[in-house]
Design a protein around this ligand. Structure first.
Ligand code: GDP
Ligand code: MN
Length: 379
């Protein structure tokens, strides 16, 4: 479960990391009042569970309370990567001298954590990591040893961070351990013109498996769920194995492995997957209809790719399922279907005969992915 920025920063603050003063509101007038309390000039920030808010126009400086209200009015209701902004955080502005990047993330491959840090943090960190990987330090952290002051000093020095950040690195590790997080990320961690170190943004992903002992949240997390979580909740209610992602190509497949590789192939075609959805072995009409329903309800979805490899479940049964599903679900976006394996030809014939104007077929996984990407971009 991802936390909103305002929830994540609360955790950081409790663990002694300094954050700018801020309050949250869901109405423009509220932003005006908060700005007045904070001294006039403020930063208005969209609260959505996705990154890149700055680039999407979801983080803006307002010069006075009236401007804060106006800015909040612009940002509230905005769509950022398929997430509607329902709340804004209004924060004390900070005079930034330098932006750093620091995070701890679980590295499943090595069974350890990874500290990732860079002296070139901020909105372009992805580009820095891609073009100049040497500017981003990656240091393994043994979960048993944790981040001691000595280890934090190593991380800071490898990344070229000033010595004042060592304390933050230790405290951030405390956040990860005590709050049962899989990821804690601060980007940017800043040094202000006055020489203070502040966390200006925070991202925390909690480990859902530890929810039973993280009682602090109570019903808070459920109450603050956003649309992505609402889709996941709707899918969970129907027993679907669904994870919302930020892209534009909806994906349905049978088998977790096939769905994972479908995400990769779609990404390889220059599009971004909108979700993970494994309909498993049965692929009944009901499951197909439920899956399509959830995917089509995602405003970010522009096209849908159904990728089925018939094994024990034959493709003609899947095709029947799709045809029946299309009788109950109103298809509003183009659907590309790739059927292969057991009884593929029969399955394709069934879909051809159905002649739905928004349904296309492709014979290969690559071809289908390319087509789905193309259709998503044509939108
Ligand atoms: P993100 O784009 O979703 O990661 O949102 P951030 O919270 O990281 O904000 C994006 C950028 O806005 C940061 O990298 C900063 O450069 C800038 N920013 C955020 N808060 C402040 C602030 O208080 N003062 C100034 N001058 N810039 C800020
Ligand atoms: Mn950020």
């Amino acid at each position: 479960m991802d936390l909103y920025e305002h929830q994540a920063r609360e955790l950081l603050e409790e663990h002694g990391i300094v954050v700018p003063k801020a309050e949250v509101t869901d109405v423009p007038q509220g932003a005006r009042e908060i700005a007045r309390r904070l001294g006039g000039r403020v930063v208005v920030k969209a609260q959505v569970k996705t990154g890149g808010r700055g680039k999407a126009g979801g983080v803006k400086i307002a010069a006075d309370p009236a401007a804060a209200e106006l800015t909040a009015r612009q940002i509230l209701g905005m769509d950022i990567k398929g997430h509607t902004v329902r709340k804004v955080m209004v924060a004390e502005p900070v005079d930034i001298e330098r932006e750093y990047y620091v995070s701890y993330v679980l590295d499943r491959a090595t069974g350890r954590f990874l500290a990732i840090a860079s002296a070139e943090g901020g909105m372009d960190i992805e580009e820095v990591a891609a073009t100049r990987p040497e500017a981003v330090a990656r240091i393994p952290v043994d979960p048993g040893e944790g981040v001691t002051t000595a280890r934090a000093a190593e991380i800071a020095s490898a990344a070229g961070l000033p010595p004042q950040t060592v304390d933050v690195l230790v405290r951030l590790w405390d956040v990860l351990v005590r709050e049962d997080a899989l990821l804690v990320e601060v980007n940017p961690l800043v040094r202000t013109v006055q020489g203070r170190i502040l966390a200006l943004d925070a991202k925390v992903t909690l480990d859902d498996n530890a929810r039973f002992r993280q009682t602090r949240w109570g019903d808070d997390l459920a109450a603050l769920d956003d649309e992505g979580d609402a889709l996941e909740a709707a899918a969970a209610e129907k027993g679907l194995n669904y994870v919302k992602l930020d892209g534009e190509v909806g994906i349905i497949g049978n088998g977790a492995g096939l769905v994972m590789s479908t995400l990769d192939v779609v990404a390889g075609c220059g599009a971004r997957p909108a979700n993970f959805l494994d309909i498993g072995g049965g692929a009944s009409a009901q499951v197909m209809a439920d899956g399509l329903g959830v995917i089509l309800a995602d405003p970010g979805v522009k096209s849908v790719f159904v990728n089925v490899f018939g094994g024990i479940t034959a493709c003609d049964a899947v095709a029947d399922g799709i045809v029946q599903a299309l009788e109950t679900v109103r298809l509003t976006k183009p659907l590309v279907v790739r059927l292969d394996g057991n009884n593929a030809v029969r399955g394709r014939t069934i879909l051809d005969a159905h002649r739905h104007p928004l349904v296309e077929q492709a014979t290969s996984m690559d071809g289908a992915a390319r087509r789905a990407a193309e259709l998503a971009h044509a939108h």
